[in-house]
Design a protein around this ligand. Sequence first.
Ligand SMILES: NC(=O)c1ccc[n+]([C@@H]2O[C@H](COP(=O)([O-])OP(=O)(O)OC[C@H]3O[C@@H](n4cnc5c(N)ncnc54)[C@H](O)[C@@H]3O)[C@@H](O)[C@H]2O)c1
Length: 283
Amino acid sequence: MKIKTVAVIGSGTMGSGIAHVFAIKGFPVTLIDNSENALQKARKNIENNLDRQIKKGIIDETLKNSALQNLELKIGLKNISKDTDLIVEAIFEDKNLKSLLFSELNNLIKENSIFASNTSAISITELSTFSRPENFIGMHFMNPVPIMKLVEIVKGYSTSLETIETIKELTLFLDKTPVIVNDFPGFVSNRILMPMINEAIYALMEGVSSAEEIDTVFKLGMNHPMGPLTLADFIGLDVCLAIMNVLYEGFNDSKYRACPLLKKMVAAKKLGKKVGEGFYKYE
Ligand SMILES: NC(=O)c1ccc[n+]([C@@H]2O[C@H](COP(=O)([O-])OP(=O)(O)OC[C@H]3O[C@@H](n4cnc5c(N)ncnc54)[C@H](O)[C@@H]3O)[C@@H](O)[C@H]2O)c1
């Protein structure tokens, strides 16, 4: 199947980045959120990131303008076109919310369209049962989407070969590298990354070292481009907690329990960069 039109649901950190990369590649994209404020923030974000790409010589002014023309921002699902070929979901990391959304979308979109979830860890197989299992897949973009090359493509139990091939080809067309993985909690990326971030938060909570020093150990000692606590701030501490909970429940193993400090910071709404404060403060 050839994907010609795309809708992205959820215009936060990930949804705005995903809409950006599709729009730059010439796809008409409808970016949908249920919050006006989030959509305004997304537009600003996308414009700033396009300007950053111009400064770096990656795109020119003409491509920026055509990307913005390809982009349509809408409140609520009522504005989605029935004929959209691909829906990419990037709403909160909450199984119930995502399931509800897919049940609703199933009645609004033509039958042969593909539904992709950008979930960080929730079972693609489970989510697929709320809509069209064969045409359902995980399309796990990395943050920041315009920069990161990887898309982890997650096959659910019933995902068809045709759906996998279509999404693989599309990922390559977006100049990203697809890696196809099976559906297990956290897939590959977050099964390995998130316990490391969680352990760094334990180290901070237990006073092993300060946030800056823990991050420095990883930057200089392991050659990571940023330390685990900075990365947690970039991902969003609410997203990190949601992923740890999926791992904990999915594997029924206490080694995945979320660090109490992570829970406390989420309760205090110190969610990281997107709210201006997490382990560090941001302008
Ligand atoms: N943040 C990351 O680094 C990262 C990386 C990879 C994947 N993910 C995954 O991507 C998804 C989105 O994460 P995010 O960090 O962009 O979250 P976010 O909190 O920045 O944005 C979520 C957006 O979804 C909107 N939303 C919520 N429910 C909605 C609904 N029913 N209809 C329309 N809009 C709705 C919210 O208003 C918000 O704007 C999550 O599943 C997350 O696990 C996040």
